[in-house]
Design a protein around this ligand. Structure first.
Ligand SMILES: Nc1ncnc2c1ncn2[C@@H]1O[C@H](COP(=O)(O)OP(=O)(O)O)[C@@H](O)[C@H]1O
Ligand SMILES: NC(=O)OP(=O)(O)O
Length: 311
């Protein structure tokens, strides 16, 4: 039976603007095609914060002078990011696979993920989003009930809540496509956050941390490995000090110890460890890889990357 992997793509794999994205996905497609060629079943998820900021600004600010252009809530903009990224990504992967003589359907599943309305995150928004604003624009946002933070010397930015993922609504569809050996892009941007209200799913004004959803997706699929592709070949402990050290293969217990000791950025590297540890602890023989695209094949052969495995 083929091994199944969930690949979480970070900012570098996508770029930010459309021209950047169209270049970046070509390289990303090579990494994904390598995995397919090496015999893995691949399910992909990806970041979306810069794209969400851009789309939200376009939908809600530039339309002000056009009464026919109505604003769109964060959840709708999140759905747009899945389409905007999925379109380029699935076509780049399809093209790369065809170039290698591999015929495989690649599709993007518009995915919703439920969140808990009482999640603590709704009381303390942390996810920074969108363009830098002037103090005047920031005051207008505050009047609308939105949160903003000041980045000294740069300006103000929106911050939204980042609740934990609870349930992947379209999980059966993702599993069915993956079991049919198709390449699936799902849960983009951590999934469109929704609140379950009986039969109704109400979009939430939030952004789910994509690494946490990637871990949940890998758990639900019973994947053999969670691969988090980011901007570093290996993760550091004591980063930025003269004690700095790169992490190679470590156990879950070691990972937990480093997390407690505060070696990882709270909003960037820590979620990758939280996702990895949770995924590994919920099944047998699972591994999590944190590395960059260039090192992926070597990491899977045990030559590089930060690899977390069972104790
Ligand atoms: N201990 C650490 N080792 C390596 N990078 C770290 C560490 N702590 C924080 N980081 C930061 O995390 C970044 C990767 O996280 P993030 O930007 O969220 O990535 P991505 O978009 O790839 O998911 C690195 O570029 C680095 O700046
Ligand atoms: N949704 C999400 O976590 O996006 P980023 O990785 O771009 O922050």
């Amino acid at each position: 039976m083929k091994k199944k992997v969930v690949v979480a793509l970070g900012h570098r794999a996508l770029g930010t603007t459309l021209p950047e994205q169209q270049v970046a996905v070509k390289q990303t497609a090579k990494s994904v095609a390598d995995l397919v060629q090496d015999g893995y079943q691949v399910v992909i998820t990806h970041s979306n914060a810069p794209q969400l900021g851009m789309i939200h600004t376009a939908m809600n600010e530039f339309g002000k002078n056009h009464p026919d252009y109505t604003p769109a809530p964060m959840s709708v903009c999140s759905a747009m990011t899945q389409g905007y990224i999925g379109f380029d990504l699935q076509n780049a992967i399809r093209e790369e696979l065809l170039t290698r003589g591999i015929y495989r359907t690649v599709s993007t599943v518009l995915t919703q993920v439920t969140v808990d309305p009482y999640d603590e995150a709704f009381y303390t928004p942390t996810k920074v989003l969108g363009r830098y604003m002037s103090a005047e624009d920031a005051a207008i946002e505050r009047k609308k009930g939105n949160y903003v933070v000041e980045e000294p010397g740069k300006g103000f930015r929106r911050v939204v809540s980042a609740p934990n993922p609870v349930k992947i609504v379209e999980m059966d569809a993702i599993r069915t496509l993956s079991d049919a050996d198709q390449v699936v892009i799902a849960c983009g941007g951590g999934g469109i956050p929704v609140l379950e209200q009986d039969h109704h799913l109400k979009g939430a004004s939030a952004v789910i941390e994509k690494d946490l959803t990637a871990g949940k997706l890998a758990e639900e699929l019973g994947a053999d490995a969670l691969i988090i592709l980011t901007s570093v070949e290996k993760v550091f402990i004591n980063r930025g000090t003269d004690q700095e050290e790169q992490l190679g293969e470590i156990t879950v217990s070691q990972a937990k110890q480093y997390m407690e000791e505060g070696h990882f950025g709270v909003y960037n590297m820590l979620p990758k460890f939280r996702a990895s540890v949770s995924f590994i602890e919920k099944g047998e023989g699972r591994r999590a890889f944190i590395t960059c695209q260039e090192s992926l094949r070597d990491a899977l052969k045990g030559r590089t990357g930060t690899v977390i495995c069972q104790d």
